[in-house]
Design a protein around this ligand. Sequence first.
Ligand SMILES: [Zn+2]
Length: 158
Amino acid sequence: MNKKKIITIIMIIILNINIFSAKTYVLGEDINIKYDKLNLFLKELNYDLEKILIVEAYNLDEFTKITDKPYSYYSAFFIPEKNIIITQPFRILKEKNIYEITLTHEIIHYYLTKYTILNEFEQESVINKLLNLNIKKYNKFDKFTQKDMFIYIKNERK
Ligand SMILES: [Zn+2]
């Protein structure tokens, strides 16, 4: 193979990696998440399952470009201004066995941002307790029962 050919092939590979080809899904239509914690959250707060837009990045490089967040730290991200959830490729989340929990995490942000005045720390604390994440810094509801936490959320309606 001559040099020109090799360079051309390398260019094609690089270009392909950089083409944005994220897929968009609608919750409840293209995607259904079977996860008891999400069902519990919706039921306790009387929220209907809404048609939330979920954008699946084609690869980790694209995820970083769209969200401007490092993929080593974020698996998904809710963008309040656009009302959409951006996620790493589902394949990767499923391999790590965090698909349901990751999407549920962001879906909870969607509802709490839309319907309550809870700030980021409070939202993370709700998620921390409900999903048993045990992250020490999100301790707002550590001394609450789950029931009392839901009452607190209801009282913080917009
Ligand atoms: Zn979060």
